[in-house]
Design a protein around this ligand. Structure first.
Ligand code: IPM
Ligand code: MG
Length: 357
């Protein structure tokens, strides 16, 4: 049963980091992993080729695949375009089109990189947080939305924050299920003191957790406090579950605690466990094409793919062990370089992981 993986390199550093992940996949193919790889354009690359950020054919291929690996989308070149056809819309269209409502964003501190954090080592050492971000609802997709002109000629921008009970319930269940495999603690983040939508969020989260996850400890936190706690005492958290936009913001903050956004993978899953996997960082246009980017987040995204969508957890473990090994050997891309370590390029880092495998 050969599984199909669709590769979407995208823009900026996307193609170079994805190329390293493909090397890893090809190495595993040689060792018996039954996958076949296909590739398609998305984001700015797709706009340049065909005028739209998510061509019909790309979405069809993604739907037919067992898993999708994405590099990154976006860049200055396309920033002047209407928001409805920007590269980012390609990503949002994939999330919506594939029903990828559950976004898992781990923030894990590799002990070898403790010095890379801007926070004191004792605050972040041993950090292991998982942010579960709702990904296909909330203000990102709510209607109505737009920019309108008022009677007095002034323009007004508007978006809508909406969540149905069923949307809240299914993401809370994902958080509860994952927490059981970790430290059995879920912190639900909202702004229930101001926004009715998240008042409902809190109510549903409480109901679902009390009914079906009595063994998991549930706490609630307002998002402003959660942002503060993340930089003050981040180790208090195990799993955090939150809305699309709060998750967007908190996951960047959490990622930076580890000092190295270039290290963090993510998974976006549908109801059946099919998923799209991508590094948390963006397309980094300033270093694109220079073979300088850190490919480890993308390589670790392959590990998440093997674990969550391809039922190959042993191969996933091997990739993670290989990454640990190259870090132990002192290899560092520029973003995680520290004194006494050896700086390597993006492709050298990819080769090093393949060599360990
Ligand atoms: C992310 C990114 C995206 C988002 C952008 C590129 C649309 O910031 O995946 O966190 O806001 O979701
Ligand atoms: Mg973001």
């Amino acid at each position: 049963m050969t599984k199909k993986i669709l590769i979407l390199p995208g823009d900026g550093i996307g193609p170079e980091i994805v190329a390293q992940a493909v090397k890893v996949l090809e190495k595993l193919q040689n060792q018996g992993l039954a996958v076949e790889l296909d590739e398609a354009p998305v984001g700015g690359a797709a706009i340049d080729a065909s005028g739209v950020p998510l061509p019909e054919e790309t979405l069809e291929k993604a739907k037919a695949a067992d898993a999708v690996l994405l590099g990154a989308v976006g860049g200055a070149k396309w920033e002047a375009l209407d928001i409805a056809i920007r590269p980012e819309k390609g990503l949002l269209g994939l999330r919506a089109g594939l029903g990828l409502f559950a976004n898992l964003r781990p923030a894990l501190l590799y002990p070898q990189l403790a010095d890379a954090s801007t926070l004191k080592p004792e605050v972040v050492s041993g950090l292991d947080i998982l942010i579960v971000r709702e990904l296909t609802g909330g203000i990102y997709f709510g209607q109505p939305r737009g920019i309108r002109t008022l009677e007095n000629g002034e323009r007004e921008g508007f978006n809508t924050l909406v969540y149905r009970e069923s949307e809240i319930e299914r993401i809370v269940r994902v958080a509860g299920d994952i927490a059981r495999k970790r430290d059995s603690r879920v912190c639900s983040v909202d702004k229930a003191n101001v926004l009715e939508c998240t008042e409902l969020w809190r109510e549903v989260a409480t109901r679902v957790m009390e009914a079906d996850y009595a063994d998991v400890e549930l706490s609630h936190m307002y998002v402003d406090n959660a942002a503060m706690q993340l930089v003050k005492a981040p180790k208090q958290f195990d799993v955090m579950v939150t809305t699309n936009m709060f998750g967007d913001i908190l996951s960047d903050a959490a990622a930076m605690l580890t000092g190295s956004i270039g290290m963090l993978p993510s998974a976006s899953l549908d109801e059946k466990g099919k998923g799209m996997y991508e590094p948390i960082h963006g397309s980094a246009p300033d270093i694109a094409g220079q073979d300088k980017a850190n490919p480890l987040a993308t390589i670790l995204s392959v590990a998440m793919m093997l674990r969550y969508s391809l039922e190959e957890s042993e191969m996933a473990d091997r990739i993670e062990a290989a990454v640990n090994r190259v870090l132990d050997e002192g290899l560092r891309t520029a973003d995680i370089l520290s004194e006494g370590m050896r700086e390597v390029s993006c492709s050298e880092m990819g080769d090093a992981v393949v060599a360990v495998l």
